[in-house]
Unconditional design. Structure first.
Length: 118
């Protein structure tokens, strides 16, 4: 599975960005998908996840501002980010997890940089 993330960039505080991640290869609609981020000097953290059934979960820091969605027909997962804050600055990674035979696999995209200026 290959994941290609796009949509990062520079935005002022209060602005919006939409990240997208396209998957190719051995895709399953039963996969769970999510977005993580890693700020300089910090550990990678979960931002949002969307399960195969469509339920979602968000980090407390982004609740009410970010929305994750998936399009199984297009094999994409997106993250709409509104009311961005400087503390949202990070490299954002898309993630896809699911069973491949007897193994639970974990796939990562290459990361896309989001910079929020104050």
């Amino acid at each position: 599975v290959q994941l290609q993330a796009s949509g990062g960039g520079l935005v002022q505080a209060g602005g919006s960005l939409r990240l997208s991640c396209a998957a190719s290869g051995s895709i399953s609609n039963h996969d769970n998908m999510g977005w993580y981020r890693q700020a300089p000097g910090k550990q990678r953290e979960l931002v949002a996840v969307i399960l195969s059934g469509g339920s979602t979960n968000y980090a407390d820091s982004v609740k009410g501002r970010f929305t994750i969605s998936r399009d199984n027909a297009k094999n994409t997962v997106s993250l709409q980010m509104n009311s961005l804050k400087p503390e949202d600055t990070a490299v954002y990674y898309c993630n896809r997890q699911g069973w491949r035979g007897n193994y639970y696999q974990n796939y990562w995209g290459q990361g896309t940089l989001v910079t929020v200026s104050s």
